[in-house]
Ligand binder design. Structure first.
Ligand code: ZN
Ligand code: FE
Length: 240
């Protein structure tokens, strides 16, 4: 099965170090800052098979070539965005699978934040790498895509098993909680979860990965019943 460990990089990004427990194969997701990423890989034994890229933004791809050169890892990213990603060894699209040791990730096309954004889902271990599409208690800004695209992307996540571990690209949870509680003040699950997040952050621990079940109960963007509601929430959050 796949295990996932957050690696804090830049000001509030996470790269994710993935390990196949059966084979020892390892991958890093969105390694935008080489030094802390290499330190985490080396502390875990120094093996790196794959670099998985969710989308083309610099705070996700910047360290890719340096990490590739250091470990000889293969780079996987969206075929649709190959022109603006580092050189890809495997260019993928919806429905493709990516092997990591004994496990396989399913590739989900999840546009909204960017046109070519993809996510990786490992059923064995229940690990979702969702980049800047879904955040804990929030979702990505619609920089290139539409609310309808984001709604469809979030709907793919909502259909995954509730015990899925949600591995996002940023530690935005506490600030997302402020808007979420403003938007959905009567949601008791949200109130309780926001208190839990504050306690985790005060103790210096990441709020991620979160559990999909908690997002389904507390995240107003994932709970939006239709495109219009999601569009309204996103517009209000942009001005909050
Ligand atoms: Zn981004
Ligand atoms: Fe980002």
């Amino acid at each position: 099965m796949i295990t996932a460990q957050p690696v804090a990089i830049l000001s509030d990004n996470y790269a994710w170090l993935l390990r196949c427990t059966a084979s020892g194969a390892a991958a890093i997701v969105d390694p935008a800052e080489p030094a802390p990423v290499a330190a985490a890989i080396d502390a875990a034994g120094g093996r790196l098979d794959l670099i998985l890229l969710t989308h083309h933004h610099g705070d996700h791809i910047a360290g890719t070539d340096e990490i590739r050169a250091r470990y000889g890892a293969k780079v996987v990213g969206a075929a649709a965005d190959a022109h603006r990603l580092p050189k890809l060894d495997q260019a993928v699209a919806e429905g493709d699978s990516v092997a990591l040791g004994a496990a396989r990730a399913q590739v989900l096309e999840t546009p909204g934040h960017t046109r070519g954004h993809i996510s990786f889902y490992f059923p064995d271990g229940g690990v979702l790498l969702c980049g800047d599409t879904l955040f804990s208690l929030g979702c990505g800004r619609l920089l290139e895509g539409t609310a309808a695209e984001m709604f469809a992307s979030l709907s793919k996540f909502a259909a995954l098993p509730p015990d899925t571990l949600v591995c996002c690209g940023h530690e935005y949870t506490e600030s997302n909680a402020r808007f979420a509680r403003h938007a959905d003040p009567a949601n008791e699950a949200l109130t309780a979860y926001a208190a839990q997040v504050s306690a985790w952050r005060a103790a210096g621990r990441p709020s991620l990965p979160s559990r999909l079940a908690d997002e389904l109960a507390a995240n107003p963007f994932l709970r939006a019943p239709d495109v219009a509601t999601l569009a309204d929430l996103r517009a209000r959050k942009d001005k909050f």
